[in-house]
Write a protein that binds this ligand. Structure first.
Ligand code: PMT
Length: 398
């Protein structure tokens, strides 16, 4: 979302300035054009050489270039920007911004900026808690600035408390989220993800290789686009951090069915990405099955409920139900048959015959097949980009 966006990165004089280099890299990597504006004190903490090398642009700090006398126009910069982010913002710069003390290039640029301004404070805990800082931040909020609250943790003083500048990745996410269209605002989306585990005894289970990466990417994309997401997840080792995602952790297919059915009546869309075990042991042993005490045990399996089909049976008009199909052969025919059998509106087909697709990997190659048989193939992409294609498909075709 930041591709081609003009971002002013303001850097003040604080120890957290070293983290600004990481933020700058993330912005540039995402395709943004970044102009660094640094206060004189900021240059004591990170050098303009580092910042100009990373941004590919000379760093602006003074009103005039010392060698040529060239005037640096804060007005032009303020008009050029799509967003301004000040990270770190010190107590002194926050006070100057709040009261219009235009004594350096960063503050004059801020006062001239027409674009949204994001402020990531960083200071010692007592400075952060001081009534003047609290009041100044409140003033900035009242001017429309977005304050990216500092985190709690160990500070440069070795004291522990609130004042650590938020991590660059989180600041990046705030900016990215700001520019992401909220075309799912007000919609509720249910996603299933990961594998299920079907207990044999307290130490053994039947499962599969799903890592949850694909389902979690869809959940994150739906939330970024404004949806309230319920993510029903089997056991995985990844996490998700978004205020609009509620995770319901389950283990077995039966638990996944119960959690999905609880969320489905209130949902507008469901995407069934979980790799649900088709069979479970008829009963789980209460204690560990010992190798010494018996012959090779025989596992009696029973069919698990089909979660997607159960949701399909009680689908209301207007609800959208999208399944996944993981195939190894006769992909299109098998996927089309699943659409009919499970009452789906569309199915996302991925084949284990495609290198880089399916379980565990960070990429996927999918074809989305609609209930009317039309299919839309996509090239191999990172799972985050596949998730965006799936959400685009859902929002444009329905
Ligand atoms: O988690 P990753 O490592 O990122 O891998 C992603 C993935 C390969 C798991 C994912 O892309 C995928 O293909 N998920 C569906 C896997 C699967 O179980 O496919 P299936 O063809 O067996 O099932 C068809 C559909 O019915 C799926 O939407 C599935 O969630 C659903 N189903 C299946 C069985 C069952 N008992 N209940 C179900 O709801």
């Amino acid at each position: 979302m930041l591709k081609g966006k003009h971002i002013i990165l303001g850097i003040c004089g604080g120890i957290a300035a070293y983290k600004s280099a990481t933020l700058l890299r993330l912005l540039v990597k995402a395709g943004a054009e970044v102009q660094v504006v640094i206060t004189p004190a900021g240059k004591e903490f990170i050098t303009p050489v580092t910042l100009s090398a990373l941004s590919g642009k000379p760093v602006v700090s003074e009103f005039f270039s010392a060698n040529t006398g060239e005037w640096h126009s804060h007005v032009d910069l303020g008009l050029w920007a799509d967003a301004m982010v000040i990270a770190p913002a010190t107590a002194s710069s926050i006070a100057k911004m709040a009261h219009g003390v235009a004594d350096n290039m960063l503050i004059t640029t801020y006062l001239s900026a027409k674009a949204p301004v994001f402020v990531a404070p960083a200071m010692d805990l007592d400075m952060m808690a001081h009534p003047s800082t609290v009041a100044n931040l409140e003033l900035l909020r009242s001017y429309g600035c977005h304050i990216i609250e500092p985190a709690e943790g160990e500070l440069a003083s070795h004291l522990v408390g609130k004042g650590r500048m938020e991590e660059p990745e989180k600041i990046f996410d705030v900016l990215d989220d700001f520019f992401t269209p909220k075309d799912l605002a007000g919609r509720r989306v249910l996603i299933t993800a990961g594998p299920t585990r079907e207990r044999i005894d307290p130490v053994r289970y039947i499962s599969n290789y799903s890592s949850g990466k694909m389902g979690y990417a869809i959940a994150l994309e739906a939330a970024r686009r404004g949806a309230d997401v319920t993510l029903v997840s089997g056991p995985v080792s990844i996490g998700i951090d978004h205020p609009r995602v509620r995770v319901v952790s389950v283990e077995s297919a039966r638990e996944m069915l119960d959690a999905s059915m609880a969320a489905w009546p209130e949902s507008d869309v469901a995407v069934m990405c979980a790799a649900v075990a088709d069979y479970a042991p008829a009963s789980a042993a209460d204690s560990k099955i010992k190798r010494e005490h018996q012959d090779v045990p025989v596992l009696h399996l029973v069919k698990n409920p089909d979660i997607a089909a159960t949701l399909g049976q009680c689908k209301r008009p207007g609800q959208i139900l999208v399944g996944f199909a993981l195939e190894t052969d006769h992909e299109i025919d098998n996927a089309a048959e699943k659409i009919r059998r499970k009452g789906l509106d569309a199915i996302v087909l991925n084949s284990l015959r495609d290198a880089g697709a399916g379980f565990g990997v960070d990429t996927n190659k999918v074809t989305i097949i609609a209930a009317d048989g039309t299919s839309t193939p996509y090239p191999l992409k990172p799972k985050a980009a596949v998730a965006a294609d799936i959400i685009d498909y859902i929002t444009t075709k329905n």
